[in-house]
Design a protein around this ligand. Structure first.
Ligand code: AMP
Ligand code: ZN
Length: 114
């Protein structure tokens, strides 16, 4: 999708610090990290929000979680712990409308979130 920031990152038109990539997903450092580890995992297919997923995306959703597991290993936070977050629409705080999983770790995270 031409106007989508994350599609531009996938295309290589906007630079990113890639942490992990396979045929289905790509993961890179968040440009404004909220924790010592803050990685975004995105599907290579453009999907605007969780509301836009359908049954054909079941495997892709699994890929996001398996990528989170790999990132935790790469960033050495499997034991200390981490949090996976997907914000949706206005109240959820979504600002980029290409679904993405935030993987946050490297410090004690507060609960509940703000
Ligand atoms: P959300 O607010 O859940 O939609 O998350 C969007 C995230 O994308 C924010 O944490 C931003 O810091 C991050 N972000 C925006 N532009 C870039 C970029 N060019 N490279 C990496 N992360 C970005
Ligand atoms: Zn996109």
């Amino acid at each position: 999708m031409d106007s989508c920031l994350f599609c531009k990152i996938i295309a290589g038109d906007i630079p990113s610090k890639t942490i992990y990539e396979n045929d289905y997903v790509m993961a890179f450092d968040d440009i404004e990290p909220k924790a010592p580890v803050h990685v975004l995992i995105i599907p290579k297919k453009h999907i605007s929000t969780i509301n836009d997923l359908d049954d054909s995306d079941k495997n892709l959703c699994g890929e996001l979680f398996l990528a989170a597991q790999k990132i935790a290993k790469i960033k050495k936070i499997t034991t200390s712990g981490f949090r996976c977050i997907m914000n949706t629409n206005s109240d959820g705080g979504q600002t980029v409308f290409h679904i993405h999983m935030h993987v946050l770790g490297g410090r004690k995270l507060n609960w509940p979130p703000g």
